[in-house]
Design a protein around this ligand. Sequence first.
Ligand code: PMP
Length: 331
Amino acid sequence: MDIKSGFVATIGNTPLIRLNSFSEATGCEILGKAEFLNPGGSVKDRAALFIIKDAEEQGLLQPGGTVVEGTAGNTGIGLAHICNAKGYKCLIIIPETQSQEKMDMLRTLGAEVRPVPAVPYKNPDNYVKLSARIAAETPNAIWANQFDNLANRRAHYETTGPEIWAQTDGQVDGWVAATGTGGTYAGAAMFFKDKNPDIRCVVADPMGSGLYSYVKTGEISTSGNSITEGIGNSRVTANMAGAPADDAIQVNDHEALQAVYQLLYKDGLFMGGSVGINVGAAVKLAKQMGPGHTIVTILCDSGARYQSRLFSQDWLKSKELWSDSLLPSNF
Ligand code: PMP
């Protein structure tokens, strides 16, 4: 028998998918870890679980307690699911500028959603800082603190990295992924370098994020912007600090969209925008390294979460990002 014990035991052990059209075009094996198949629908299920388990092990979270986080996205969705499965309350602090769909989704999952005014990070009432204060004032509560809580990258050092290693028999030449908190990239990169320092570890970065310049020059500087969600940063989080990075590759929104639509129409994979950045960067890395290499990246979440944006011609036109090259007949 092969039966998983509930939601929590279903997190991880995702397939590693050969991205056929991209592999054939580059002569490399371009492989995507299918994190959209996690039960909460994204790569963030792993971090959410490790953060909660870590708090339980430290005795910070007792039965019936509350998990508090400032988040607008996949981490909140992962936390809300796990809280239901483990009997905790989930309190999500969210900027009131976020879409109604996201708030409705979290409420449907049973989380308490507290919208707060959107103010910059340096303001003490910024939603992330507020979430820390609210957690501190709430009895039997933890602040998940995904950006700086190292349980996040440990999830990927202990699970994502070893799974990829086993699935490829250790035949990995390159690892490339975009970063939000940095947990996924850093945890897997640290694991790969421990196994084989020759594995090339490369940060993928959207426009408007400061990590490309940070890896290249040691200084954060930003230019441009991106419609991708959940990735890019203008600071080095605790999860990214000290992570090995041999190089960084920047991918713009046109390139990311071309990759997202090729995944959809040639590979049958309906993916979100951060996957476009990841796969766009994997193709650039394949061209740099040359044919015959195996390059691994992350398929973070599904396109269904972005249907009204990434997959709406009208919306893309409003952002001046539509191109007829995205029509199905071009693939
Ligand atoms: N893609 C998506 C869609 C995400 O929501 C996130 C997390 N914010 C990431 C990629 C990046 O993951 P990490 O936080 O581990 O860097």
